[in-house]
Each structure stands twice: as structure tokens, then as C-alpha cells.
Ligand binder design. Sequence first.
Ligand code: FAD
Length: 402
Amino acid sequence: MTILPDSVVVIGAGLAGLRTVERLRQNGFEGSITLVGREPDLPYDRPPLSKQVLQESWAPEHTLLTSLKALEELGVDVRLGVSAVSLDKRRIGLDDGTELHPDAVVIATGVVPRELPGQPAGVSTLRTLTHARDLRDALTTAKSLLVVGAGFIGAEVTTAARSAGLEVTVLEAESRPCARILGEKGGELVARLFREAGVDLRTGSSVKQFVDARTVELADGEKLTADHILVAVGAVPDTGWLEGAAPLMPGGDGIITGSTGRIEPLPCVWALGDIAAWWDQPRRRNARAEHWTSAGDQASAVVADLLGLETPTPPVPYVWSDQFGLKLQVIGRPDLADQVETLKGEGTSGGAVKGTVLGYRRGDALVAVAAFGAPAALLSYREQVAVGTASITTVAVPDDDE
Ligand SMILES: Cc1cc2nc3c(=O)[nH]c(=O)nc-3n(C[C@H](O)[C@H](O)[C@H](O)COP(=O)(O)OP(=O)(O)OC[C@H]3O[C@@H](n4cnc5c(N)ncnc54)[C@H](O)[C@@H]3O)c2cc1C
């Protein structure tokens, strides 16, 4: 029989933390809930930070996901501007000197931007509302921008900067932009979007060192200067405070959990969202998903597990990015594929990128689809990706975590 908790502390007042709190109440939990968040702001949405906020179509406050009144109505004790600094089973130490000792702990502390060695003050990264405000202000006076890293966030900031008329140079260490998610074929389509938008995209190019906050020296000795520099080379979980307290991926790259976010060796402690490396049966390993929809899906699973309810079937992963006037969408797990084919459109044969749909197959099984400005087409493949992924998923779970 499951013994239900009377008190829950959620650490991290971002999307995953907020959705956990909401789902607890939606599922009838009547005990006490405390929500602890490092930032002074109420939970807000991050995707618009690199899109609407930078393009100045949204005021930053528009990103708020809730209000203090709504959280009060849910009976949540909200503690903002406070960080968790230690965990000992279910005893949580906070940086204001207080301790919490609830029946259940949920960790949803997200990630922080990866920085480059010697990165000077004045060089931007983009993760928080404060970062977005600072970057938006910098772009209003700059005439040129250097973006280091051509992933989704680098591409979105480039989009905003180009539409504001800035000259943009983008450095990417890989041979294609967004290749980590889309692979070579998908990355080639994104490269065309960059170039068609008048961006100086330099692939296979990396920073050797910063000369100052406006100049970098490349690996080949060339120096590049711009009015402003953004480093967008991914994000890392900030797990230092959890060392020895929770099982971590190699290098601290996420908290290892089961397939409902439960941290197996710890009784009544869960982790979700960007910081959590959930067991992913199709990949047969633990993996983090830095996807907006995963945060909500995982909150549903954590709360069901925590309250002893039936846990939902994990949905097919989904991520999107708005780049150069089109919506790029991916369902499934492209990293599982051994071949990529064109399902629709002309982009891979030199025609318009918009309308192109790529299928990622492992053997005969369709395991992912990427659509470039083709949202209806993407939807039509969702079921096939679910079936294809199920067909490669075995029931047996290895007894180690890798
Ligand atoms: C600029 C940007 C654009 C994005 N665009 C997209 C997109 O288009 N599509 C998509 O699918 N995904 C997108 N994402 C990713 C998506 O926003 C994340 O997957 C989602 O925010 C993850 O939610 P989270 O709650 O796990 O982490 P977060 O939203 O980062 O929340 C974690 C919170 O925990 C707090 N915290 C950290 N440490 C502590 C501590 N020790 N104690 C207390 N609090 C702590 C942090 O301050 C933060 O507020 C984007 C992300 C960014 C940054």
C-alpha cells in the first residue's frame, strides 16, 4: 500500500516546478506544498525569451506563467530568491539558513548556460528573463552581433538580430548548425536558412580565446570583432549541491532517475525537467530532454507516481524552434536513426526549405520526423513515430544505468 505524503517541497520555480505544483492540486493533493525558487521572478516561460521578447513583440512580463494570487489560491507557500544548497535524504538546506524536511521532495532546478573558458563579463548568454532583457537592450544599440554556437537558441537570436538589421556572424564548431538534434541532412537545411537570411555562417569554426568582450580569436588565428557577442553553446545542469546526495550522470550531467522521475535509492525524492536524466526505454539509457513539453509531461508522471495513481504512458518527445520565419518541429528521437530520408518537399534537392519534412528511420521503423514550416504534415506522422518507436523498444531493462 502506498503511504501518501502530507507535505511536498518543490525545488525550482520554473516550468517543471510550477506544473508539478498545479498537477498536485488538480489530482486532489490536500497537504502542504512549498515552492522554492532561486530567481526573484514568479515562474515564467523561457521559449519566448529568444523569440517574442527579443523581437520586441512581447513585453518581458508577458512571459509570466502564473500570478502570486493564483499560487496563493492553490495554497502554495512560495519562497522566491532562495536557493536549495544541500540535500540529505529529504532534509533540504536553503541559502537563507533555514531547513525544510517534507515527506516528499521534487527537484526541478533546470540548467545554466555553458560558458566558454575565459568568457569576459559583457558577453551574453541566454537563459533567464534578466539575460533576455540585457540582450534585448544590447541589440537595440549594436550594429553587429557575433553568435558562438548555431543551435536552436543561437539560430533564434540570429533571427531576431537580422530582423532588427544587425550584421550577424555565427560560429559553429560542427560541420552543420543544429546537427546535434537534426543530424547532417537536417543541419544542411538550417545552414541554408542562415545563408538565405544573409548571415555569415562559419561552420567547423571554434573560438580559441577571447581577446576582450567584443573580440574573439579563432582556432586558425583569425580575429573577429562585433559590437556584441552571444555565447549559445548549450546548457549544463547545476548539480554541485547534489554531489553525494543523489545519483548523477558522468560529469554531473543530470540526476539519474527511473522512468517516472523517481530517484531510486532515495525514498520519496523525484527529479524532472531539464536537470533530470530519466530512464528512456527506447534508447535503453538515461537521457535528459531539454524540451518544453517534456517538463509538463514529466510533471504528470511524477505527480501520479507520488500520489500512487496510474502513471501515464510516456508521450513521443516533441521540440520546436522558430527560425527565419518558419517553425522547425521535431517529434521522436532522431539520434536513434541509422538513415534519414525526405518524406516531403524540395529542400534536400535544392528547392525551398519551407515545406520539407525529413523522416529518421532505424531499420524500417520511423523513429523521428523533422518538419521545416510544415506543421500539418508533422502531425500526420505522429502515430507512425509512436508505432515505430514502440517496435524498437524491448521490455528488458539492463541492470546498470548506462
Ligand atoms: C531562451 C530559451 C528558449 C527556449 N525555446 C524552446 C523552444 O522553442 N521549444 C522547446 O521545446 N523548449 C525551449 N526551451 C527549453 C525549455 O524552456 C525548457 O525545457 C524548460 O524551461 C525546462 O523547464 P525546467 O523547469 O526544467 O527548467 P527551468 O525553466 O530552467 O526552471 C528551473 C528553475 O529552477 C531554479 N533553480 C536552479 N537552481 C536552484 C536551486 N538550487 N534552488 C532553487 N531554485 C533553483 C532556476 O532559477 C529556474 O528558475 C527554451 C529554453 C530557453 C532558455
